[in-house]
Design a protein around this ligand. Structure first.
Ligand SMILES: [Fe+2]
Length: 249
C-alpha cells in the first residue's frame, strides 16, 4: 500500500504576487511526480490556498487533480476554508459543522484525517479521534496540517503552532500502538519521535525554510513530496523526494 503526501501547495490566482515562485507550475509538476509513483491515494494535507481561500483556485486545482486519474483527498490548512474545500471537492458528507475531519479506508487500511485550519483540534474532534483510536487495535496513520508536537523550528513554534497540542498529544499517547502522523505547515522536512508518536513534517511545493533560525529565513525553492509505504511486514517506510521548483522571473 502506497500513499503520496503533498502539502502547502499555496496555489495563487493568476494575478497574485507570489514572491517569484511559480506556485501554479509547481503544483502541476508535483502532480505529475506523484502520478509516477502510482500511489493508492494522494493526500493534500492543507494550505491549498496561497493566502486566503478562493473557490476559483480550488476549482482549478480540482480540474487538474481529476485529470490525473489518481484517487486523492484533501484536508484544510490555516490558509484554507475547510467548508469551501469540502464543497468544491465533494466532501460535504465529512463536514461536522465547519470542520472537515474523517476516516478513509484504503485497501483495508484506515487513515484518519484531521481538521486544524483554525490552529486547534476542536473538543468534539478530540473525542472522535479518541473513539476512533480506541476501536483500532493496530498502529494509527494520521494526516493533519499542523504538527502535533513542537517542530524545533523557532519561527513556527513561536508564531504558528498547533495551540492545543498537549490535548492532542494526550489522546495520541493513549493509543496502545504506534501513531504515525504526517503533516506539513512548517515548510521544512523533519521527523520527531516521542513515546508512541512519530511525526513526519513534509516539505512544501512553495519554498522551504531554514529550520534553525529564530526569524524567517528562506532555505531553498526545491519542492518536495513524501512517499509512504505501509508494508506487509509491518514496516512504515517513508521518504521525501525533491524536485526543482519553478520561478516566475
Ligand atoms: Fe500552514
Amino acid at each position: 500500500m502506497k500513499l503520496i503526501q503533498i502539502t502547502d501547495l499555496h496555489v495563487a490566482n493568476e494575478t497574485e504576487f507570489t514572491h517569484g515562485v511559480d506556485v501554479r507550475q509547481n503544483f502541476l509538476d508535483i502532480l505529475q511526480a506523484a502520478k509516477s509513483f502510482a500511489p493508492d491515494l494522494l493526500i493534500l494535507s492543507g494550505d491549498l490556498a496561497f493566502d486566503t481561500p478562493e473557490e476559483k483556485v480550488y476549482h482549478w486545482m480540482k480540474q487538474h487533480l481529476d485529470a490525473l486519474g489518481l484517487p486523492y483527498t484533501v484536508i484544510g490548512g490555516n490558509h484554507d476554508s475547510s467548508k469551501i474545500l469540502a464543497q468544491v471537492f465533494g466532501l460535504e458528507k465529512h463536514l461536522t459543522g465547519d470542520d472537515l475531519y474523517y476516516k478513509l479506508t484504503v485497501n483495508g487500511q484506515p487513515l484518519l484525517l484531521l481538521e486544524t485550519s483554525n490552529g486547534t483540534v476542536s473538543k468534539a474532534q478530540l473525542e472522535w479521534l479518541g473513539s476512533e483510536l480506541a476501536q483500532l487495535n493496530a498502529p494509527a496513520i494520521i494526516f493533519m496540517h499542523h504538527p502535533p508536537v513542537e517542530g524545533g523550528v523557532p519561527y513556527m513554534d513561536v508564531n504558528y503552532p498547533l495551540r492545543n497540542m498537549a490535548e492532542v498529544q494526550a489522546v495520541m499517547y493513549g493509543h496502545q500502538h504506534p501513531v504515525y502522523v504526517f503533516c506539513g505547515h512548517y515548510h521544512v522536512e523533519k521527523m520527531l519521535c516521542v513515546k508512541n508518536l512519530t511525526v513526519h513534517i513534509t516539505p512544501t511545493t512553495y519554498f522551504q525554510m531554514k529550520w534553525q533560525e529564530p526569524a524567517f529565513v528562506l532555505d531553498h525553492l526545491k519542492i518536495g513530496l513524501r512517499e509512504i509505504k505501509l508494508r506487509q511486514d509491518g514496516v512504515v517506510e517513508s521518504a521525501v523526494v525533491y524536485y526543482e521548483g519553478n520561478k516566475t522571473e
